[in-house]
Write a protein that binds this ligand. Structure first.
Ligand code: TYD
Length: 205
C-alpha cells in the first residue's frame, strides 16, 4: 500500500489553525482521501492525560520538565497514532508537532535549540512531517482572540509570544520546502483558499 502523508499545523495560540485543519480535512475527504486528525499535546489516551498536566497544572513546572512532557506526548502520538495511520496510506493531519517545541520551548522559554532539535528527533524516531503550515499572526491580535480565559501556556505573556512568533518565522526561513507560512489575519475563506493552493501544489509534485 502507498504510504500516506503527515501534515502539521503550527502557529500562535489563537491563530485559527484548528479551524483550518478541519476545513482541509473536509476538502481532502471530499477528494477521496482517508484522513485522520490528531493533536499534540493530546491525541488520545495517555496523550490526553499529559495534555491535562501541561495546560492546567498550577504548581511550578521547570522549563526542561515541560519540554520532556511535550516530547513524551509526541513519542506516544507518533508510535500509537501517526505512524500506523501513515502505514495504512492515510493523510494524517496533526494540530501542532515538532516546530511547536522549537518555537515555544526554544525561542519562547530560551532553551538550547540544537538540543531541542535532537530531542525532537528522538521523539519522532528521526522523522519530520512531509508538509507544515505556519499560520502567522501578530501577537496582539492572537492574544485578543484567545481572550481572558487563558491556559498555562497562553498566560506566558506578550514578550514570550512575540518570541514564539519570531521562532516560527525563523524556522520557515530555514526549511522553506517543508514549512509554508500563511497570513492568518485574512478571512477564514481566504486562508482556506491559500491552504488548498499549497496542498494541491504539493500533491501534484
Ligand atoms: P492548545 O490548546 O492545543 O493550543 P492551541 O489551541 O493554540 O493549539 O494548547 C497547546 C499549548 O501547548 C499551546 O500553548 C502551545 C503549547 N505547546 C508547546 O509549548 N510546546 C509543544 O511542543 C507543543 C506541542 C505545544
Amino acid at each position: 500500500m502507498k504510504r500516506g502523508l503527515f501534515i502539521t499545523f503550527e502557529g500562535a495560540d489563537g491563530c485559527g489553525k484548528t479551524t483550518q485543519m478541519g476545513l482541509l480535512a473536509q476538502y481532502l475527504t471530499s477528494k477521496g482521501y482517508d484522513v485522520l486528525l490528531t493533536r499534540e499535546p493530546g491525541g488520545k489516551g495517555l496523550g490526553e492525560k499529559i495534555r491535562e498536566i501541561l495546560l492546567n497544572y498550577e504548581g511550578e513546572v521547570s522549563d526542561r520538565c515541560e519540554s520532556f512532557l511535550f516530547l513524551a506526548d509526541r513519542a506516544q502520538n507518533i508510535d500509537i497514532t501517526v505512524n500506523p495511520a501513515i502505514e495504512q496510506g492515510k493523510m494524517v493531519l496533526c494540530d501542532r508537532h515538532i516546530d511547536s517545541t522549537v518555537a515555544y520551548q526554544g525561542y519562547g522559554r530560551g532553551l538550547d535549540i540544537d538540543r531541542i532539535n535532537k530531542l525532537n528527533m528522538l521523539a519522532t524516531d528521526g522523522k519530520k512531517p512531509d508538509l507544515t503550515f505556519v499560520f502567522d499572526i501578530d501577537t496582539e491580535t492572537s492574544m485578543k482572540r484567545v481572550g481572558k480565559d487563558k491556559d498555562r501556556m497562553e498566560s506566558a505573556g506578550l514578550e514570550f509570544h512575540n518570541r514564539v512568533r519570531q521562532g516560527y518565522l525563523e524556522l520557515a526561513k530555514q526549511e522553506p520546502e517543508r514549512i509554508k507560512v500563511v497570513d492568518a489575519t485574512k478571512s477564514i475563506e481566504e486562508i482556506h483558499a491559500q491552504v488548498i493552493k499549497i496542498i494541491n501544489n504539493y500533491l501534484s509534485e
